[in-house]
Unconditional design. Structure first.
Length: 137
């Protein structure tokens, strides 16, 4: 898991120090991390970087970030429904018929995926908190 945390830090464009402080740990935390980490650290990471794919973090399988339009999560995170942005998000143009409806439908689909992913993450975190899962590594 240590290697995946360093891959995550790199993907986020942060230094090890910045990452450590952002998740509420000491400046040297990332440099001194052991192979196995506890649920508290995983919870801290997901709290600060919710776009992180929990399954990837635990197993190394899949992509680093949830694949529900990561570019759009970053680019449209303010949810500013500017007409040009809405059209661009769909790869079209604002003169395209019903681009707003398509954009809203895509947002609703992305939201549903996020809700389902959040339920999965919550179940895993609950398993940690209840002691059913103790360490990941």
């Amino acid at each position: 898991m240590k290697e995946r945390i360093f891959l995550l830090i790199e993907a986020l464009g942060l230094s090890a120090r910045q990452f450590s402080l952002q998740i509420g740990k000491s400046e040297s935390f990332a440099r001194t991390i052991r192979a196995n980490i506890g649920s508290d650290v995983i919870g801290d990471i997901l709290r600060e970087f919710p776009q992180t794919n929990l399954y990837w973090l635990i197993t190394g399988v899949g992509s680093i970030f949830n694949n529900i339009g990561e570019d759009n999560i970053q680019k449209y995170s303010n949810h500013n429904l500017d007409e040009s942005l809405a059209a661009e998000a769909l790869g079209g143009h604002k003169k395209e018929p019903d681009y707003k409806g398509k954009y809203i439908a895509q947002l609703e689909k992305d939201n549903e995926l996020l809700v389902n992913d959040n339920k999965q993450k919550s179940a895993i975190i609950q398993g940690f908190l209840e002691g059913k899962i103790s360490k990941i590594g």
